[in-house]
Every structure is written in structure tokens, then in C-alpha cells.
Design a protein around this ligand. Structure first.
Ligand SMILES: [Fe+2]
Length: 378
């Protein structure tokens, strides 16, 4: 084998991911770290590709699998049409406006959104966001699998200049695909021992995640919460909402990378994240906070407030969640580092409310938490 210097076969650096190289060439601000406290106050900058101001979140936990970015649609204005070869899930952080979405040469489809709306843009469909308000900008948070997709297909033109469109996704005889009301399907979820029923909701557009009240309990005995499964027909992206009742928290668990978690309701909760045996990171959590637990880091959701707390979760491809790889594990409260409970109780004291966690859960290994609010059919 010759070791003489030869002309490089291509320009990609072998030690960098194609997504990282692509992102480094963009002029948009990139935010790193473990979390952002408030997407509404993020420092934005011009992004030539999108023709608007924005910021890309390339958080530690995204880990080359998923990405998130914030775009600003100016007051009374719009941002240029855009399309890419991977679908996007869009959550409205602030504002009110209109999306126009269409496939090349096909009719334009419109729908209106408001703060806390959630919708999906299918792959290679053009879309344009317009601000319905003249007095304030609109902020949208977009999540996609672009980093992972670029990892197996590094050619930029494939993603931003790709003619393939599946027109069956939005064009059918059923009317506006964004106008149909969400419908629920009651499904039995079986994750090898942990079985529960859930209402899984189907739609392309969810107008307001804050008023959603038909929730189902889910999770193991130490990890009970209320939830709503969110499914976009034809989508590879799985999403869900978690609603944590007041003055309690969930035990630590872990799984694969790339779950983008967005605070939907106000409040002063927090998440704790840590690698096994490692230092704990406390992520303050309120409306429009975003955090992404890194691969296999334990994490738990803590709500020391007097009102419920909602989070939207956009999951990575299922194979990467580790559900089937034997990696999933939780730490029962009785084995928990007392530091977590101390943080919880200090936050409760600041809020002037008592804990609703049963004392025995920290002391009795056989204790079964029979919580009527979360009894469900698990
Ligand atoms: Fe999790």
C-alpha cells in the first residue's frame, strides 16, 4: 500500500460528521450546551439559507441524530418558501400566523396557527410561514432528523435541491389535510412487562397543546405521568406530550439520544440529567425551555410547582431510543441520590407548597404507589 500523498477524493473531513460540516458553513448562530432556558429570548442572527433570522440548537444530546432550530418570522412579514428532503415537526413558540404548503406544480394549502400549535411539513414540500400580526414577531421551533440523514447521504444537493415528492401525502379527496380534527385511537402499548393503554392522536395539525385534556396515565409505578401520544400520518417522527402533575416528580430513567423536549406550559420546574456515576446537571425548565438528555444519561422531570407542567417531546428514530436494546433502566426512588429530593423540596419551599410524593416511596422497597389521579389501566 502506498503512503505517498495523493489528491483527496472528496472534501469532507473524515473525522467530522457531514451535518457538522454543513452546519459550520452556515451563517446562522449555533447554540451548544445541554439546554436552553427560553427559546423566546434566544439570540438570533441572519440565516441566508432560510432568508430570515434564526438559531440552530446543536445541543450535546442531539448527538448527530436530531436537530432543532428556531426561526423568526418578522411582524407583518413572511419568510421565503423553503423545502428539504427530510420532514420537519414545527412547534409555535410565540405568535400567530399562516403556513402555506405545497408540492411543486400542485395547489397551495393554507392553515392558520397560533402560539402552542404543532404541525408537520412533509419532505420536499415547499412551505412558507407568514406572520398574521403586525406588532410582534412569530417564533417557531423546528425539529428534524437532518443530522442522521446526512450521516448516510452527505450530498447537500440531495437535501436542498431534490425533485422527489410523494404527492399522496397531502393531496387526496379528503379535503385540507391540515383542517381535519385530530382523532384518538386507543392502543395497548407493550414494552416487555410494562403494559399500558394510551390514546394516540392522529393529525397533521394540533392547534393548541395547552388545552388538550383527554390524557391517559402511563409509565411504571415510579414514573407515572399523564400523556398524549401524537402521531402525524405518514411520518417517521414520533412525538408525544408529557403532563406532570403538581408537586411531584418522576424517577430517573435513561435511553438513547436525540429526544428534543420543549416546555409547553409556564412554571419553574427542572430536569436533572447525569451520566451513570457522573456529575448532575440541573436544567431549569419553564415555557419554551428546550433540553435534550444525552445518550444513556439518566434524567428525571421535576415539578415543584402548584400547577401541572406540560412538555412536548420529539423522539429520535425508534431504533435509537434503546427500547429494544436492554438499555432502558430506571432508578427507583429508594435508590435515588438524596440530592435530587433535596433540590425538589427546596424548590417546593420556595413555591410555598408541600410535596405530594408519598414518604414511603423513599423508605419501603415494597411500597406500591397507588395514586388515584394516575391509576389508569397500567
Ligand atoms: Fe426520557
Amino acid at each position: 500500500m502506498s503512503t505517498t500523498q495523493q489528491e483527496k477524493p472528496h472534501t469532507n473531513s473524515w473525522w467530522k460528521s457531514p451535518y457538522d460540516e454543513w452546519l459550520a458553513a452556515q451563517d446562522v448562530p449555533v447554540v451548544s450546551g445541554y439546554y436552553i432556558e427560553d427559546a423566546r429570548t434566544l439570540e438570533l442572527g441572519w440565516w441566508t439559507l432560510r432568508g430570515c433570522e434564526g438559531a440552530v440548537l446543536n445541543l450535546v444530546g442531539h448527538q448527530g441524530v436530531t436537530e432543532a432550530h428556531v426561526l423568526r418570522t418578522p411582524p407583518g412579514g413572511e419568510i421565503p418558501p423553503f423545502r428539504m428532503a427530510v420532514e420537519e415537526v414545527v412547534y409555535v413558540v410565540e405568535g400567530q400566523g399562516l403556513t402555506t404548503v405545497w408540492a411543486e406544480g400542485r395547489p397551495k394549502i393554507n392553515f392558520e396557527w397560533q402560539k402552542h400549535s404543532l404541525f408537520r411539513i412533509p419532505a420536499n414540500h415547499y412551505y412558507q410561514l407568514s406572520n398574521a400580526r403586525g406588532d410582534r414577531p412569530a417564533l417557531t421551533l423546528h425539529v428534524s432528523y437532518l443530522p442522521m440523514a446526512m450521516g448516510i447521504q452527505p450530498r447537500e444537493a440531495f437535501f436542498f435541491n431534490n425533485e422527489f415528492v410523494d404527492t399522496t401525502e397531502l393531496y387526496s379527496d379528503d379535503g385540507n389535510p391540515y383542517g381535519a380534527e385530530a382523532y384518538a385511537v386507543r392502543e395497548l402499548v407493550d414494552r416487555g412487562g410494562e403494559k399500558h393503554y394510551t390514546n394516540r392522536w392522529y393529525a397533521n395539525f394540533f392547534p393548541d397543546l395547552t388545552v388538550w385534556d383527554r390524557l391517559t396515565p402511563y409509565g411504571g409505578p415510579n414514573r407515572r405521568a399523564l400523556g398524549a401520544g401524537i402521531t402525524f400520518p405518514n411520518s417517521a417522527i414520533r412525538t408525544g406530550m408529557m403532563v406532570l402533575p403538581p408537586q411531584r416528580y418522576r424517577s430517573a430513567h435513561r435511553h438513547g439520544p436525540g429526544v428534543t423536549i420543549v416546555g409547553v406550559s409556564p412554571g419553574n420546574g427542572f430536569a436533572v440529567m447525569y451520566p451513570e456515576g457522573g456529575e448532575k446537571i440541573l436544567c431549569p425548565w419553564t415555557e419554551a425551555s428546550v433540553f435534550v438528555p444525552p445518550n444513556n444519561w439518566f434524567h428525571q422531570h421535576v415539578n415543584p410547582g402548584a400547577t401541572e407542567n406540560r412538555q412536548l417531546r420529539v423522539f429520535p428514530p425508534k431504533a435509537l431510543m434503546g427500547y429494544d436494546g436492554g438499555l432502558n433502566r430506571e432508578i427507583p426512588f429508594i435508590e435515588e441520590d438524596p440530592w435530587v429530593r433535596e433540590q425538589f423540596e427546596a424548590a417546593l419551599a420556595r413555591n410555598g407548597v408541600p410535596s405530594l410524593m408519598p414518604r414511603e416511596i423513599y423508605e419501603d422497597p415494597n411500597f406500591v404507589w397507588d395514586d388515584p389521579e394516575l391509576s389508569g389501566e397500567g
